[in-house]
Ligand binder design. Structure first.
Ligand SMILES: CC(C)(COP(=O)(O)OP(=O)(O)OC[C@H]1O[C@@H](n2cnc3c(N)ncnc32)[C@H](O)[C@@H]1OP(=O)(O)O)[C@@H](O)C(=O)NCCC(=O)NCCS
Length: 170
């Protein structure tokens, strides 16, 4: 059976708003992350403290953006951080590290693509030249998403594939 979700109707521009996440979003971000856990698409924690400290107020954060749907619910989150010495992915220092999470009920509707537009702009402003995504080797939809955004395989390990997005002019 294919792990891929079906392509469904793209959300209209006006149906999704991309905003910088703020600390009071932690509970709603947590609910979105827990929906991924429940669907078997996430193994990392999804509680409000983790959402707050790992994504929303992370000291290495460049931009943590949320996609908000027409009813005000959080459909997805993308975090862009600066790689520092000793980072857990061994990403070259100064590169960006990106993570993307879209609730299964909104998947394949263009939310991730919208989030990446915002992250790319933030990366350019922060003078980031390369952005690395660290994706589970079995996570074919994550790999397909990053490929579609212009990331290309940079290195592989037994259980993960790293893809890099090279910013224009770098
Ligand atoms: C991977 C993920 C972030 C994609 O977000 P999304 O909002 O569904 O992505 P989009 O709808 O913006 O898709 C953009 C493009 O990516 C590709 N893509 C996204 N999901 C895909 C899937 N399930 N199968 C094949 N291609 C896919 C397609 O090329 C798509 O463009 P198209 O729909 O016009 O063909 C989302 O499914 C998710 O959160 N998955 C669980 C967590 C995860 O794997 N995160 C990333 C790796 S750590």
């Amino acid at each position: 059976m294919t792990p891929f979700t079906l392509k469904v109707t793209r959300l209209l521009e006006a149906e999704v708003t991309i905003l910088r996440a703020i600390p009071t979003d932690a509970d709603d971000v947590s609910a979105m992350l827990e929906s991924l856990v429940a669907a078997g698409k996430r193994t990392s924690p999804g509680d409000p403290d983790f959402a707050l400290n790992n994504y929303i107020v992370n000291p290495d954060g460049i931009l943590c953006s949320v996609a908000v749907g027409p009813d005000g619910s959080i459909l997805g989150l993308q975090s862009l951080k600066r790689a520092t010495i000793g980072n857990r992915f061994d990403t070259p220092v100064g590169w960006g590290i990106i993570g993307t999470h879209v609730t299964p009920s909104a998947a394949r509707r263009g939310v991730g693509a919208r989030l990446f537009q915002a992250s790319k702009t933030a990366a350019a402003t922060a003078a980031i030249t390369n952005i690395e995504a660290y994706i589970g080797a079995a996570n074919l939809e994550g790999q397909a998403y990053y490929e579609a955004m212009g990331f290309r395989t940079y290195r592989t390990a037994e259980k993960a594939i790293s893809k890099v997005f090279r910013m224009e002019g770098s």
